[in-house]
Design a protein around this ligand. Structure first.
Ligand SMILES: C[S@@+](CC[C@H](N)C(=O)[O-])C[C@H]1O[C@@H](n2cnc3c(N)ncnc32)[C@H](O)[C@@H]1O
Length: 301
């Protein structure tokens, strides 16, 4: 068992390891949700990454099960996004995770970003490329806010065929065949660039990347855009770990889930080093102090 724990610890990001140093109090979590022995194990720094916690969370939580199989999965978001008033999939541990400050931050991110996108990017004869767009949640939410103007197109580009299938099914349901399209490819590869777009969306993708990966991802994003193109990107801030360590302790205890929340100056540096000019930085919370940095930036011409 110790070998397994060590190998999990080895793969942890420094942010997750720092979280692991904290003693986190789970006493307020409903005991029906978290049995005392799991609560104690998950609380103590030395048992972070403990396979017994992993076994419990993946058995009891669909969210944890999904993330254990694929940490970058959009499927987890499909559970958390609609949970405003008792989604049938969220009971027990999922209910706790989904209703945490961090679950709420994800739903607020969807609402706030979609409203912004509807106002600023959903325009006549303009095109959007949604890099790592998953099942197109932001496309559908934005177009629920604003009907698609003439000549407008939104492409969802993702590696994950299952998410894209989900997106295609919704396209048919909402009759958006001429507005939303999907493409399965790696947005980092040259083969994925067959057209240049006006705007790029990059939400929930930089969250797991370190500085070098994030700079390379944002540099690559430019290849998908016309000269002077714009990007709208959201990434997790360190505040998320600081204000909601219980949720992240449980989530990061599921076998090496690699979140890399960043401080705001680091986010700014990443955009600048990738050659973007930041025009504004927003948050999913009205007071500006949320869990996500939401960045609008332009490509200098
Ligand atoms: C956490 S999900 C975010 C989905 C969506 N943007 C949202 O926030 O609702 C991350 C998505 O990025 C996709 N992804 C990650 N790296 C990618 C790459 N290099 N090329 C294409 N898709 C990628 C994953 O398959 C996954 O669907």
């Amino acid at each position: 068992m110790q070998q397994k724990v060590n190998s999990i610890k080895k793969s942890m990001s420094e942010q997750v390891l720092a979280l692991a140093q904290q003693v986190v109090d789970f006493s307020g979590v409903d005991v029906e949700i978290l049995p005392p022995e799991i609560s104690q194990l998950a609380s103590r720094p030395e048992t972070f990454g403990d396979p017994r916690v992993l076994a419990y969370t993946t058995a009891k939580s669909t969210i944890a099960h999904i993330l254990h199989r694929n940490p970058a999965s959009d499927a987890m978001l499909r559970i958390v996004y609609p949970d405003t008033n008792g989604h049938p999939l969220t009971a027990g541990l999922d209910r706790f995770l989904s209703r945490s400050l961090s679950g709420q931050a994800l739903r607020d991110r969807l609402t706030v970003c979609s409203a912004w996108l509807a106002e600023h990017f959903v325009k006549e004869n303009k095109t959007i490329i949604d890099l790592g767009g998953g099942s197109g949640s932001y496309a559908f939410e934005s177009l629920a806010t604003k009907s698609p103007p003439s000549g407008f197109r939104w492409r969802v580009l993702d590696l994950d065929g299952e998410s894209l299938q989900f997106c295609n099914d919704l396209i048919a349901v909402y009759d958006f065949q001429n507005v939303i399209e999907t493409r399965q490819d790696n947005f980092m590869s040259t083969t994925s660039v067959d057209e240049k777009f006006d705007y790029a969306v990059l939400i929930g993708v930089l969250c797991g990347m370190d500085y070098n990966m994030a700079v390379s991802c944002l540099s690559r994003a430019k290849a998908h855009l016309k000269p002077g193109g714009e990007i709208y990107a959201a990434t997790l801030l360190q505040r998320a770990f600081d204000e909601d360590p219980r949720t992240f302790r449980l989530l990061c205890n599921i076998g090496g889930w690699q979140l890399r929340p960043k401080h705001l100056p680091k986010v700014q540096q990443i955009f600048q080093d990738a050659g973007w000019e930041i025009t504004s930085i927003m948050s999913e919370r009205e007071n500006g102090h949320g869990q996500y940095a939401i960045v609008h930036a332009v490509m200098p011409t």
